[in-house]
Design a protein around this ligand. Structure first.
Ligand code: AMP
Ligand code: MG
Length: 555
């Protein structure tokens, strides 16, 4: 069958001339798919279509050939318009020539049925009637044109980050047992329910006596262990044997360490009085009602200990996330396999697994075949519909190569693509999409880009989803010169922040390509190098973003 396919941003005319090969065929059947003035019950003025042109062309051809093997036809011509298509104008035109009209009609009908499902051309959005008219009249200055332009645009790093942060919203908080709260973000401030400590308590094992009692010899009148609560008055010459942590029996006391007293039965002789009273005063640590752990704090062991002390056994925290990480690339093999020529071991899966340890989540990981159709089939069997996870990360295929289908896959899953490129090195192809509260990223496959993009973008989105403040740049001084040629992209340069001879040093690491992995051994920070900066002298003050492993000061 002779096939002609065009994807165009231009209007499709009302009269299309059939290809010359269609002349002399028994039947020439035409279909014009025209944009209607209504979408999901709403009046609209235009539809906006987008496509992966190469992949779409390939899929259309494959479909036509497959259907034609059942319904033999001679010629097919398909024109799909992309971009903004006003109501009443043609979005798709299909013409089919066959010996008999039955075959042509059958092919046309089946092709139109499969088109939506199989071909990466998407109805991005419908433009509402009023604003769309304005948009169209002002030649594309409205929302739709903006989003279209945004997708073509390479965003600056700052713009990309603020776009991500403004669009991700905190997920609803949940109450969980304190033991399950490690790493979650506290979503309500927890205050002290009472004074800490709740009574004056002894800080020593010793003897409590009146503070102003100058006697040398004392009669032991009681014994108080840590768990005892026995209020009583003391008289001059009386002492109470008291354990560390035990509440004092009354006010105006001091505790003499047992090492400074000589005991003989129920009597003691004070050898020496310490200068301090050896008492922790009620409310000395914190007063009732004072905030202990503020909303937005990520719970670590110390904060959990404080919550336990405050009796907060079921804190209100961010939910456990459901995260899916999909690798792409037919060249990728698992780490336990010897790569054949052209193959490469998968390092991104374990990288993400490690990085996600800081964010309590259930992480699923799968590898997708590098064929859009096969990948979609696998995704369908995995039940990776957006309703089943909060965050979807796709490794690789984020660029515009022939086999790069990450964006198509995300669109197919119903994500609106907000960002497709950032002016960044490493990591320019960066896809960010949203579907309601679900977030998706297409991260470049190169390991260093994967690492950098995770820290810059995914960690920021995770912070927003969990209700945590995003990481801020710190300021630091370079210990060594950072050697680089001026680059038109902003660069996040791998670096090591370390203590050397008691001093904090920021050492730029050697790397030359986003495929480099060796610098990851030492990287615990990223230096932000401005666009066209070139080299930076030792001692230059720079912005740094801490990365995982910042606390690891060893080698
Ligand atoms: P892509 O982003 O798909 O164009 O891939 C860019 C480069 O990253 C290619 O050289 C890939 O082989 C490499 N790459 C992709 N995925 C992985 C992975 N999971 N682990 C290691 N390298 C990868
Ligand atoms: Mg790839």
């Amino acid at each position: 069958m002779e096939i002609e396919i065009q994807l165009t941003n231009e209007p499709i005319g009302e009269k299309i001339s059939p290809p010359s090969a269609a002349g002399g065929c028994g039947a020439w059947v035409e279909f014009h798919g025209v944009v209607r003035g209504e979408e999901n019950g709403e009046k609209i003025s235009a539809l906006e279509y987008e496509a992966y042109p190469e992949m779409a062309t390939r899929e259309i051809r494959r479909l036509l050939e497959e259907i034609s093997s059942k319904n033999p036809c001679l010629v097919a011509k398909v024109i799909h318009r992309l971009g903004t298509i006003p109501v009443g104008e043609t979005a798709i035109y299909v013409g089919v020539a066959a010996k008999h009209r039955g075959e042509a009609i059958a092919l046309l009908a089946e092709f139109m049925d499969c088109l939506k499902q199989d071909v990466p051309i998407w109805k991005r959005r419908a433009l509402p009637a009023v604003s769309a008219n304005v948009n169209l009249r002002t030649s594309g200055s409205g929302q739709s044109a903006d989003s279209h332009r945004r997708l073509q645009k390479v965003l600056t790093l700052d713009d990309a980050i603020s776009e991500i942060e403004s669009r991700c919203q905190p997920l609803p908080a949940v109450r969980v047992p304190l033991a399950e709260a490690f790493g979650r973000v506290l979503r309500e401030t927890v205050s002290a329910p009472e004074d800490f400590p709740d009574h004056d308590r002894s800080t020593r094992d010793g003897f409590a006596i009146l503070n102003d009692d100058a006697s040398e010899h004392f009669q032991i009148v009681d014994t108080l262990h840590a768990a005892d609560w026995k209020p009583r008055d003391l008289k001059t010459g009386q002492a109470v044997r008291i354990a560390t942590g035990a509440p004092l029996p009354c006010g105006n006391l001091r505790v003499v360490m047992q090492e400074n007293a000589e005991r003989d039965g129920d009597r003691i002789k004070i050898l020496r009085r310490e200068s301090g009273l050896n008492i922790r005063r009620r409310g000395e640590d914190v007063k009732a009602g004072a905030p202990l752990v503020k909303a937005g704090a990520r719970l670590d062991a110390g904060k959990q200990a404080l919550l336990a002390t405050a009796g907060c056994a079921q804190p209100l925290v961010s939910p456990r996330l459901r995260v899916c990480h999909l690798t792409t690339g037919d060249e990728i093999v698992p780490p336990d396999q010897a790569p054949k020529p052209g193959q490469i071991r998968d390092s991104n899966s374990i990288l993400i697994r490690g990085l996600m340890q800081s964010f309590p989540c259930d992480l699923e990981q799968h590898h997708l075949p590098e064929n859009f159709e096969a990948a979609r089939q696998l995704v369908s069997t995995l039940n990776l519909q957006p309703s089943t996870f909060n965050l979807l990360l796709v490794s690789g295929g984020a660029s515009v190569g022939e086999k790069d289908f990450t964006r198509a896959l995300l669109e197919w899953l119903g994500f609106e693509i907000i960002i497709s490129q950032v002016n960044l090195r490493p990591g320019r192809p960066l896809i960010f999409g949203l579907k309601g509260t679900r977030v998706a990223f297409g991260l470049p496959g190169n390991p260093l880009s994967h690492f950098v993009c995770f820290h810059l973008f995914v960690a920021g989105a995770l912070a927003k989803l969990t209700g945590h403040a995003a990481s801020k740049y710190l300021r630091g001084k370079l210990a060594d010169k950072l050697e680089d040629a001026p680059c038109p992209r902003e660069t996040l340069w791998p670096a090591r922040l370390e203590f050397l001879n008691g001093e904090l040093r920021l050492r730029p690491l050697k790397w030359s390509s986003s495929g480099d992995v060796t610098c990851l051994v030492e990287t615990n920070a990223l230096i932000r190098v401005p666009v066209n900066q070139g080299s930076l002298a030792a001692d230059a003050t720079v912005d740094i973003l801490p990365t995982a492993g910042m606390l690891d000061t060893g080698n």
